[in-house]
Design a protein around this ligand. Structure first.
Ligand SMILES: [Zn+2]
Length: 159
């Protein structure tokens, strides 16, 4: 096999098939049996690898929380929650937090570092008793409260 490079075009020459060789077989590299599936191709293109995706979902599914909390966690795990940082990547908004101003509004900022979220974590949840149910539900409601605060001007603050 030899390759000839013409500017940005690569032409690869391959030895032509010979009658003494085995028959050609179609193989899809992303399937152990060589078969093509749309689902596996989508997962690969989207960046979801089967094993990783199933493992994360199993871990999330074991948490004793409401289904909507589990879906929220799954979205967070796959970095799919819509925050200013993500919208800035699409040129829709500034990446900075609407309240802090100088810090990027990532999901971690909203759920952990935002000053009011920080107060909730430090007062509501004792580190010794921080179970996955309390943790996941608290994350979910901080996110919901934060979105309501951004989008609902009539929201009554709990303090
Ligand atoms: Zn902030």
């Amino acid at each position: 096999m030899s390759a000839v490079v013409l500017e940005n075009v690569i032409i690869i020459s391959v030895v032509p098939p010979h009658n003494d060789n085995d028959m050609d077989v179609k193989l899809w590299p992303w399937n152990s049996m060589g078969g093509f599936t749309v689902a596996e191709t989508y997962r690969r293109i989207a960046g979801f690898h089967m094993h990783h995706d199933l493992q994360s979902w199993k871990q999330i599914w074991r948490i004793e929380s409401a289904g909507r909390v589990k879906v929220f966690l799954w979205q967070d795990f796959h970095d799919r929650l819509l925050n200013n940082w993500r919208m800035a990547r699409w040129n829709l908004k500034s990446p900075y937090c609407s309240y802090c101003g100088h810090l990027e509004e990532t999901t971690c900022h909203v759920l952990r570092d935002f000053p009011l979220a920080n107060i909730i974590w430090s007062h509501l949840v004792d580190i010794q008793h921080r179970g996955s149910t309390v943790w996941s539900t608290t994350c979910f409601w901080i996110w919901k409260w934060r979105n309501a605060r951004v989008h609902n001007t009539n929201l009554q603050e709990p303090w």
